[in-house]
Design a protein around this ligand. Structure first.
Ligand code: PGA
Length: 273
């Protein structure tokens, strides 16, 4: 199905009338910001501010060096710890790398895999993303797998092709059971850190496309359960409109997750949807 047809066919639904069918997950990707001390302060504040929220899974993904302090800060709360990347081997001579098992030992419940910054700045191929997914699914935290097209790919009408290609590459040799454990994040590269958000409709259309592809391959039950987050310049001002969309099951938030107030507002916009 091409993108134009998809849009024309009226798939965009007015979600005002519907309740969400999947519970939301909102993750903060702190990227290479916040040392272990600053991270502790922010995570402690978030733990207090978000203490009343029980219906949304909230995940904090600080840099590796801040995982332990954030883990300590959020202990006893419903906030969850996540990492931003992982190596595919369990252990060995891989200078600078961190394994899934190490993340698990620190209390990580989630790990981001295949973020576009990893793909583009660190040349991570679909093959590497696949190796990481396999390692994580074997004995690690749950993966948040990122997919997304560049501006050039979007302008050339290739968004759906890129989605299919990235999903196919990432899922190679995975069992449907494993795939069912993955959280997906659609993050158009052109919207990351640029202030340019995909419109709710643009995002919803791609999410719907992804869900249909999952349905074709793995059946309606699995597709219906899969959490598909949106990421790319999510802010307090646009979060609600994005999260209201039927196919958007949460957000992966970069810049706006570094400030307690803005992250709190984003999370609160997902309450009662
Ligand atoms: P952004 O980043 O919210 O700063 O655009 C999102 C991400 O990279 O996950």
């Amino acid at each position: 199905m091409n993108e134009k047809n998809n849009q024309k066919s009226g798939n965009h639904q007015n979600s005002e009338v519907k309740k969400k069918t999947r519970s939301l997950l909102i993750a903060g990707n702190w990227k290479m910001y916040k040392d272990h001390k600053d991270a502790y302060v922010i995570a402690t504040a978030l733990k207090e501010k978000l203490a009343d929220i029980s219906t949304i899974r909230i995940v904090l993904c600080p840099p590796f060096t801040s995982l332990q302090s954030v883990g300590q800060a959020i202990e006893g709360s419903s906030l969850l710890l996540g990492a931003q990347d992982v190596h595919w081997e369990r252990e060995g001579a891989f200078t600078g790398e961190i394994s899934a098992q190490m993340l698990l030992a620190l209390g990580c419940k989630y790990v981001i895999v295949g973020h576009s910054e990893r793909r583009h700045l660190f040349h991570e191929s679909n093959k590497i993303v696949n190796l990481k997914l396999k390692a994580v699914l074997k004995e690690g935290p749950l993966p948040i797998l990122c997919v997304g097209e560049t501006l050039q790919e979007r302008e050339r009408g290739k968004t759906e092709e890129v989605m299919e290609d990235q999903l196919k590459g990432a899922f190679e040799d995975l069992t449907p059971e494993d795939i069912g454990k993955i959280v997906l994040a659609y993050e158009p590269v052109w919207a990351i850190g640029t202030g340019k958000t995909a419109t709710p409709k643009q995002a919803n259309d791609v999410h719907l496309f992804i869900r249909r592809k999952l349905e074709e391959k793995y059946g309606p039950e699995m597709a219906a359960k899969m959490n598909i987050l949106y990421g790319g310049s999510v802010k307090p001002e646009n979060a609600k409109d994005l999260l209201k969309e039927q196919e958007i099951d949460g957000a992966l938030v970069g810049g706006a997750s570094l400030e307690v107030d803005s992250f709190e507002k984003i999370v609160r916009s997902g309450v009662d949807l």
